[in-house]
Design a protein around this ligand. Structure first.
Ligand SMILES: [Fe+2]
Length: 329
């Protein structure tokens, strides 16, 4: 049987402005994958940030598939699988290849019960159990919070390595997801800033980022459910060792630093890291599975008319085992 891997160079990404090249080293790395999964196309979106992958059978959740995907994630940080063909169970099974999964809250802040039978699926849409657009203001504010630059679960001691978001229904207009490359941003920092932030930690709180968009002060129950976590400002990636900024709107202050000075430093780093040159915008199609590495990227949802358009997005969240070990040390 003839098997081929196509690495497809594309013109400069209009958002990132970076050039693209084909990569024969990548092709070698995919030898095992090719034997098992047939023709796979990898289309880099920039030099090393973002890639579109087609032709992979994600429902065949095997260790060989995991090994290949780990390589893709290490290199590209954001991977787009078009026409994933995954139902909820297969989505969860694929995600489990990469580590332990977070459990979604059984009762949301809005008091609604989850829509999905799989407890690992987070509801990132705007529908209720009957498929109607929700009108609950607290839930709308939570979704609005996701329009700030963030990385998932940085407010948990068991932070996340990968998020895997699958589009079941998308708005006609808007509702894209924008990503920024925190590895490239770190590389581009002036040496003086790298020296200034080395060894610093930030406090991350889910409620901090929600309050920035008008969510009311959290209740004691809410704080007890998600109390927050300290995280390093610079993270060496546990698989690649490559240093990256680790930032999010959840970061409220720098540990041990004057609060105003810490907030100013966080603002400066956020502004630097979200420059257009580091970004990619994903325009969703139904069936897309997008996997991103939370340890070296940030993302945000772009606005859409959430009173008019339904959006059904379901996410699994893989726990970063290295983060757990670091917190325990
Ligand atoms: Fe998110």
């Amino acid at each position: 049987m003839f098997i081929s891997l196509l690495i497809v160079p594309t013109p400069a990404n209009p958002v990132c402005g970076a050039t693209v090249r084909s990569d024969s080293a990548n092709a070698q790395a995919f030898g095992l994958f090719l034997k098992e999964f047939g023709t796979v196309q990898v289309t880099p979106l920039t030099l090393d940030f973002g890639a579109e992958i087609s032709g992979a059978n994600l429902a065949d959740a095997s260790p060989a598939l995991a090994a290949t995907c780990f390589d893709l994630f290490d290199r590209h940080a954001v991977c787009i699988f078009r026409d994933s063909g995954l139902d909820d169970e297969a989505h969860v099974a694929f995600s489990r290849l990469f580590g332990e999964l977070e459990m979604a809250p059984r009762i949301s802040a809005a008091g609604a019960t989850p829509r999905f039978a799989c407890p690992e699926l987070f509801d990132a849409g705007n529908l209720d159990r009957e498929g109607r657009i929700v009108t609950d203001e607290r839930r709308r504010l939570i979704n609005l919070g996701n329009q700030q630059w963030h990385t998932d679960s940085s407010f948990r001691p068991a932070r996340s390595s990968y998020s895997m978001l699958l589009a079941h229904r998308i708005p006609d207009v808007g509702g894209e997801t924008e990503f920024t490359d925190l590895r490239a941003a770190y590389d581009a920092l002036p040496d003086e800033m790298k020296a200034r932030i080395a060894g610093l930690e930030a406090e991350h709180s889910y409620w901090h980022s929600r309050q920035l968009v008008g969510y009311p002060a959290p209740t004691e129950t809410e704080i007890a459910a998600i109390p927050g976590a300290r995280q390093p400002l610079v993270l060496a990636h546990p698989r690649t060792g490559r240093p990256s900024l680790y930032l999010a709107a959840h970061a409220s202050h720098i540990v041990g630093m004057d609060p105003a000075e810490g907030r100013a430093l966080l603002r400066e780093l956020m502004d630097f890291a979200t420059q257009e040159r580091f970004r990619y915008v994903h325009r969703w199609q139904v069936g897309d599975l997008v996997v991103w590495d939370n340890l070296c990227t940030m993302h945000r949802a772009t606005p859409f008319d959430d009173s008019r358009y339904a959006r059904d997005m379901r996410r699994t969240t893989v726990i970063d085992g290295s983060g757990l070990r670091a917190q325990a040390a």
